[in-house]
Design a protein around this ligand. Structure first.
Ligand SMILES: Cc1ncc(COP(=O)(O)O)c(C=O)c1O
Length: 410
C-alpha cells in the first residue's frame, strides 16, 4: 500500500482544469503514441529505397520485414499487408468463410467490420470479466449450424482461451483465427502467439507496439494458406500477365516496411518503457478508491502496450466518463475503450443482443497514455490529478455540468 507523505497531503492540491485551473500538461499525452525508430538507420534505409527506385510490390524491405516477423513468431509464415483490417478480410476470403462468425463485441470495431465486409454475419459473444477476452462458454452458446468461423481477439495482448476455442472449432471443422492486433511479442504457454489457430492477424498501425505508419501481417504455420494470401494481396498475379485467382491490392509498400523494420529493432526498448510506466501507474493509482489496474498473466511475455484500469462505480466517487473528462481537460487524452461495444454500434445495434460483461466493461474501462509519450513524472502527475478529482468529486461534478450547460447554450 502506498502512503502519500504528510507534506504531500498538507500541500494544497492544484486547481483542476475542469474547475478553471490551467491544464497540467501544455501538450497532449495520448494513448498509443508511436515509438520512433532510430532516425539515422531509417534515413539510410529510405535512401536505399529511393536509390533502388523500388517503392512497393514485394520489395526487399517488405521481404525482410516478413522474415523478421516470422522469426519472432517461432518460424511461421508472415504475409505483410497494408493494414490489419484488410488482412483479416483477405484471411476470411482465403479460407472461404461464409455464414456466421462468432467473435467478441469487446474489441475495436474493425474486427466486426472485416467479417461483415466479407459478407459474413458477426455473432457477438461475451468476454471474461477478469481477462477481457472471449468467454469460451459464451462462444459455445452462440454456435449454430451456420457458424463458419470463430474469431478470437487477444485484447491488450492477453491470449484468448486458446485450447477451449480450438476444441469448439475442431468439433465443427471450422477455422479458428485470431485478431492479434495487440499481441506482437506476447506468448501463450511460453510460445510466441503467431503459431496459434489457423492464422493470426497483427496490426502495425501507428498506435501499435511495432508500427509501420499503416500496416499489418497475417501469421500462419500453413504454407499453402500463406501462398494463397500472397497471390490474393497482389491482384491474383502469379507472374507478369499471369492472373490465377481473385485478388485485391493489399500490399505493404517499401516505405512502411522500412519503418516497420526500424520499429521491430526498438521493440524491446518500448516494452521496457511500457513495463516501467506500469510500475509508475501502479504507484500513482494505489490508494485511489475503486480504480484497479488490469492484471496481465505474469507467466507469459506481455508487451504492456495498453495501460488499462477499471472503475468500480460502487467505490469510486466519480464515474468513468467524469474521470475521462477531468483528464481530457488536463491534456491527458485517456480513452474509453471500447465504448459502447460493437454490438451497440452501427450497423450492428439494429440486431439487439445482451452481453452483460461487455456492457459493464465498456462503461467502466479507461485506457491511459503509456509508451514513450509519457514518463514517470507525467504518470505521478496523472495520479495527483485523479486523487484531487476524487477528493473533490462534488465540485468536479458541478463544474462538468456547468460546462455542459454553457456548451448547450453557446
Ligand atoms: C483489436 C484491433 N483489431 C483490428 C485493428 C485494425 O488494425 P488496422 O488499423 O491495422 O487495420 C485494431 C487497431 O487498429 C485493433 O485494435
Amino acid at each position: 500500500m502506498h502512503h502519500r507523505s504528510v507534506s504531500d497531503a498538507s500541500r494544497s492540491p492544484p486547481e483542476l482544469a475542469v474547475c478553471g485551473g490551467p491544464p497540467a500538461f501544455a501538450s497532449p499525452r495520448y494513448v498509443g503514441t508511436p515509438g520512433i525508430p532510430d532516425r539515422a538507420t531509417l534515413h539510410a534505409r529510405l535512401d536505399a529505397m529511393l536509390d533502388a527506385r523500388r517503392l512497393t510490390n514485394d520489395g526487399p524491405f517488405a521481404r525482410e520485414f516478413e522474415a523478421r516477423l516470422g522469426e519472432l513468431n517461432g518460424g511461421v509464415e508472415a504475409v505483410a499487408v497494408c493494414n490489419a483490417t484488410i488482412g483479416m478480410q483477405l484471411l476470411l476470403k482465403a479460407l472461404g468463410v461464409a455464414g456466421e462468425v462468432v467473435l467478441p463485441s469487446f474489441t475495436f470495431i474493425a474486427t466486426a467490420h472485416a467479417c461483415a465486409w466479407e459478407g459474413c454475419e458477426p455473432v457477438f459473444a461475451d468476454v471474461d470479466e477478469r481477462t477481457h477476452v472471449l468467454d469460451a462458454d459464451s462462444v459455445a452458446a452462440k454456435l449454430s449450424d451456420r457458424t463458419a468461423a470463430i474469431v478470437g481477439v487477444h485484447l491488450w495482448g492477453r491470449m484468448c482461451p486458446v485450447e477451449a476455442l480450438e476444441a469448439l472449432a475442431a468439433a465443427r471443422g471450422i477455422p479458428l483465427v485470431f485478431d492479434a492486433a495487440h499481441a506482437l511479442g506476447c506468448t501463450h504457454r511460453g510460445r510466441p502467439m503467431g503459431g496459434l489457430g489457423t492464422a493470426s492477424v497483427v496490426s502495425f498501425h501507428a498506435t501499435k507496439l511495432v508500427q509501420s505508419l499503416e500496416g499489418g501481417a497475417i501469421l500462419t504455420a500453413d504454407r499453402d494458406l500463406a501462398a494463397r494470401l500472397r497471390l490474393m494481396r497482389n491482384f491474383g498475379f502469379a507472374g507478369y500477365d499471369h492472373v490465377v485467382a481473385l485478388g485485391t491490392n493489399a500490399k505493404l509498400d517499401e516505405f512502411s516496411a522500412a519503418v516497420g523494420i526500424g520499429s521491430l529493432d526498438c521493440l524491446e526498448r518500448i516494452v521496457a518503457r511500457n513495463r516501467a510506466n506500469r510500475v509508475a501507474y501502479r504507484e500513482a493509482l494505489d490508494g485511489l478508491p475503486g480504480l484497479s489496474l488490469y492484471e496481465y498473466d505474469e507467466a507469459e511475455d506481455n508487451n504492456f502496450q495498453y495501460l488499462i484500469a477499471v472503475v468500480d462505480p460502487a467505490r469510486c466517487p466519480l464515474a468513468r466518463d467524469e474521470l475521462v473528462a477531468v483528464l481530457h481537460a488536463e491534456n491527458v487524452i485517456a480513452r474509453r475503450y471500447f465504448h459502447p461495444g460493437c454490438h451497440r454500434s452501427a450497423p450492428y445495434a439494429a440486431r439487439p443482443v445482451v452481453l452483460p460483461v461487455t456492457e459493464r466493461l465498456s462503461e467502466r474501462l479507461i485506457a491511459f497514455p503509456t509508451g514513450e509519450g509519457v514518463d514517470a513524472a507525467d504518470i505521478a502527475r496523472i495520479g495527483t490529478i485523479l486523487e484531487t478529482a476524487c477528493a473533490r468529486a462534488g465540485a468536479v461534478r458541478h463544474a462538468l455540468s456547468e460546462g455542459r450547460r454553457a456548451r448547450l447554450a453557446a
